[in-house]
Design a protein around this ligand. Sequence first.
Ligand code: PBG
Length: 330
Amino acid sequence: MYPLRRNRRLRANEAIRSLVRETIITPNDFLVPLFVVEGKGVKEEIPSMPNYFRYSLDLLEKEVKELWAMGLKSVLLFVKVPDNLKDNKGTEALNPNGLMQRAIKTVKNACPDMLVMTDVAMDPYSSYGHDGIVQNGMILNDETADFLANMSLSHAKAGADFVAPSDMMDGRIITIREALEDDGFLNTGIMSYSAKYASAFYGPFRDALDSAPVDMVDVPKDKKTYQMDYANRIEAIRETEMDIEEGADIVMVKPGLCYLDIVREIKDAVDVPVAVYQVSGEYAMIKAASEKGWLNHDAVMMEQVTAIKRAGADIIASYFAKDVVKLLNR
Ligand code: PBG
């Protein structure tokens, strides 16, 4: 073949490279995670997530308008719940006037066309920091799934377009789907965190929401009985296929970068959109290394989000969404 084929011809300059580039990042790729807190005029930086903030509702309104103006049209909401409202059953999550329910309405009022997705999991509401009800040192599955269905209904009633269960209980997608159908929420979508691994990369997120499992007797010290073992691949396909059968509209792999083999495999195996969550620890690593001057922030950020899309992500949930769009517009 050589010298008839010289592959470097297609890399000779930026014009030809951009002409043959296979993966292009646009604002449409992103789902923006947002952290919400009680209060007024609050915009507090998360120490382990530099330049990422928790917003009170008034400033959330400002933030989503800014996102919308930048072409970022989808958000994923998380709330930080005051300690005195936490219990083992996550009761506060069902409060029709709770922070999440008010946050959904705030976003919809500010930007009616913004797609609003909500995290459905018990951990920010749990006094034990778990995604399920704790009993005798175990996480109850079916009781938790029933609870998550009620939580999803509450979000749908408040105006959420999609609910995003991130808990990994068995059967929660069918339980949620049936509850939504029974209540007439035929158009509420489910984005399932279908292949969610028990990962140490969630550390900064748990700082952001103060939602880490607590250190107590009879409380599991980690989430390994429900989130997946990171050594496993086949299990990810099974989890994802089951969630689709149970009624998930979008499936997800989480975290991102360490799991791109799983992303590709799932993308090839399923016929629904695949989301990838580039999680808090991935964000923190790039921020920390670039603060030290050890990595070029923008270059590494673009390389990672492009790799995630190249691996098969149709949707990227990322704390870098704004940084990326600003860079694209430069
Ligand atoms: C809640 C939830 C977590 C994340 C998203 N939803 C934390 C966890 O499961 O412990 C992690 C997101 C991130 O690290 O950016 N179930």
